[in-house]
Design a protein around this ligand. Structure first.
Ligand code: 0SG
Length: 209
């Protein structure tokens, strides 16, 4: 069993509503993956992602029957905190979490599509830069972009990264990539649904940190 497939996302219902409990259970496994990556720079990223998840979970646990879907939470906060919303509570945490999830999605998709630097085929820098530019860069000022550069230098080799996705087992590269492709089906649908929800509720912000 691979790390990814151990924690596969569930298919969405026809209305694409994301079930809060299932979502939180699944994303709560993601931060431990950062431990496989080695460098301490990933500790900072792990704690940011963990903080987002903890914040959403805390709101959910206040009233699980009311917050069945992620949209229930975002809409309730819009009603309760009209003046500060969407820069508040779980709405803010999910806004940032979805960007990290999009980063992971674009990175894995790029690897699954076989995108490589022909001069350095065992590096994943091209894949990481693509994911960063699509998901995060526009929200980062100079200082955070420097943190990204440090993380980029610490990025593992492609072969080691694919092994890490498979908990370090001696899985064949093609098997790892097949697992990644399977994982991406429900994962991408879920991330897309959260982005669509933020657009339709006008909850997206574009400030930089
Ligand atoms: C395999 C190689 C991978 C390379 C990975 C590179 C990843 C990019 C690194 C970027 C560095 C990120 C460092 C942290 C940056 C944070 O400042 C930002 C903004 O954080 C938000 O700020 C908080 O998350 C919010 O927390 S909340 O839950 O309380 O709401 C909030 O504090 C907000 C500011 O609030 S405000 O002042 O506006 O009120 N975080 C990010 O940019 C998200 C970074 C996620 C990276 C995910 C990378 C996954 C890598 C996976 C590798 C497989």
């Amino acid at each position: 069993m691979t790390l990814l497939l151990d924690n596969e996302f569930q298919p969405l219902p026809p209305d694409k509503a994301v079930d809060t409990k299932l979502f939180l259970e699944t994303v709560s496994h993601l931060p431990s993956f950062f431990d496989c990556l080695g460098s301490s720079v990933f500790g900072l990223i792990k704690s940011d992602v963990n903080g987002n998840i903890t914040k959403i979970k805390a709101v959910y646990l206040k009233d699980p029957q009311r917050y069945v879907t992620l949209q229930d939470i975002v809409e309730a906060e819009r009603e309760a905190h009209a003046a500060q919303w969407p820069k508040i509570g779980a709405t803010l945490a999910l806004m940032w979490l979805k960007r990290g999830l999009r980063f992971i999605q674009v990175l894995l998709q790029s690897l699954a599509d076989g995108e490589k630097d022909p001069n350095n085929p065992n590096l994943i820098k091209v894949n990481v830069i693509k994911a960063y530019e699509e998901a995060l860069k526009k929200y980062h000022g100079w200082v955070v972009q420097k943190i990204f550069s440090a993380a980029l230098c610490a990025a593992p080799y492609r072969s080691n990264f694919l092994k890490a996705l498979s908990k370090g087992e001696e899985a064949k590269e093609e098997d790892c990539l097949a697992n990644v492709r399977q994982f991406l089906v429900n994962y991408t649908a879920t991330v897309d649904a959260i982005y669509e929800m933020y657009t339709s509720l006008n909850a997206e912000l574009d400030y930089t940190v």
